[in-house]
Design a protein around this ligand. Structure first.
Ligand SMILES: Cc1ncc(COP(=O)(O)O)c(C=O)c1O
Length: 390
């Protein structure tokens, strides 16, 4: 290992939400934070150096994105995901959630229905409701410890007001990296009903052994033309605070409509540090990412065997990718509404409350394992003690 992911870094008093926001979000600040999805690791040295070099210049005026920015994106998409992207298809945005909002405003009308596959990352609900559209829930099915899409329910619930689906691939929080067969079937249904696929693929670079990420847009020329792919280096390289994402929109009319929304809101300007960080990460971050994935996979193995041996009432939904995992806590003698408080007040660990992920999230909690093994172990020891004292 060239990079040291065991290194514990004190993030307190850096204005970070995960550590410094504990009091606000959990009412206490002596918790081990394993909630919001950023990692406690340093970004790759190539990213840190690129930011330091840019910072040393001392002038941080309005940036432009040079050809090198777009080439870094297209190079990464080709090498990692086999997705041949023309640089002209790439539209930057300040984040992936903002991009979901732009897509909703660009491609749907007030009152239209937008599908989400629940349980899902909470902003998928709010970004629809906040923009005056209706959420159409298509619940995932949990079968034999693994989640699957429910295509029958999907077909049944689509009506003439249904215009879009916010797809999450890989799916936060349930850890699925959707297979080609599943995406093809979903794509077929969406094409049949003229439903635009907005595919959030922000977690697609962290994929575990035996799985492969497939961008839905690569499945057919029709899907390429009717979908948009929202991506970012933010989760992969631990730079979400740099507010830099990109969206791949091959269809010219859709791209123009999306860009018009961004321009109407005057949000096209980039972030000086986000631009250099993206280029460094996508051009030179590969070796670091391989080691990160190995480290995370070992964290997940550690978590899995710890739970099996010492806290069998909590079951891990085995993830196929991502550094956030979904824990089935339904065997604990605690009502769903009290789980968050149990973990925060009794175990002194901050997890995301399953209920916030919508229907199907009851009795589950989301845990972030993007931390040194020692932090994970300390969190698990605390949970074990709290469960034993029930
Ligand atoms: C599926 C998914 N989409 C989007 C985001 C956030 O993206 P951004 O910070 O770029 O808005 C997250 C963060 O956890 C996420 O898990």
């Amino acid at each position: 290992m060239k990079y040291n992911f065991d290194k514990a870094i004190n993030r307190k008093n850096t204005g970070c939400k995960k550590w410094d926001g504990l009091k606000t979000w959990y009412g206490e600040d002596d918790l081990i934070p394993m909630w919001i999805a950023d990692m406690d690791f340093e970004s790759p040295p190539c990213v840190v150096e690129a930011i330091e070099r840019r910072a040393a210049h001392g002038v941080y005026g309005y940036p432009i994105r040079e050809d090198s920015f777009y080439e870094a994106v297209t190079g990464w998409m080709k090498r990692h995901h086999g997705f041949s992207v023309d640089p002209s298809w790439v539209v930057p945005s300040p984040g992936v959630v903002p991009a979901l909002a732009f897509a909703i405003l660009a491609f749907t009308n007030p009152g239209d229905k937008i599908i989400v596959q629940s349980p899902i990352y909470p902003p998928f609900f709010s970004v629809i409701a906040d923009n005056g559209r209706q959420v159409l829930v298509n619940r995932l099915r949990l079968e034999g410890g693994k989640y699957a899409m429910d295509f029958d329910d999907l077909e049944r619930s689509i009506d003439s007001r249904t215009r879009m689906i916010l797809l999450c691939n890989p799916h936060n929080p349930v850890g699925r990296v959707w297979k080609e067969k599943e995406l093809s079937k979903l794509g077929e249904i969406c094409l049949k009903h003229n439903i635009t696929i907005v595919s959030d693929e922000i977690h697609s670079d962290v994929i575990y052994r035996g799985n492969k990420h497939i961008p839905v847009a690569t499945l057919s020329p029709q899907l390429l033309e009717s979908s948009i792919t929202c991506m970012a280096p933010s989760k992969t390289f631990n730079i979400p605070g740099l507010a830099t994402a990109i969206n791949i929109i091959p269809n010219e009319k859709m791209r123009q409509d999306f860009q018009n929304v961004i321009e109407g809101l005057h949000l096209a300007t980039g972030n000086v540090f986000g631009i250099v960080a993206l280029e460094a990460a996508y051009n030179r971050g590969e070796e670091w990412l391989k080691e990160l994935i190995d480290y995370l996979e070992n964290n997940i193995n550690f978590l899995s065997s710890f739970l099996k041996k010492r806290i069998p009432q909590i079951k891990l939904i085995e993830p196929e990718g991502m550094f956030v995992v979904w824990l089935d806590c339904r065997e604990l003698p605690i009502e769903s509404a009290h789980l968050k408080d149990f973990f925060a007040k009794e175990a002194k660990v901050a997890l995301n409350d399953g209920i916030t992920f919508g229907p199907g999230g009851e009795g589950f909690m989301r845990m972030n394992v993007g931390c040194p093994r020692s932090t994970l172990e300390e969190g698990l020891l605390r949970i074990e003690k709290a469960v034993k004292s029930l």
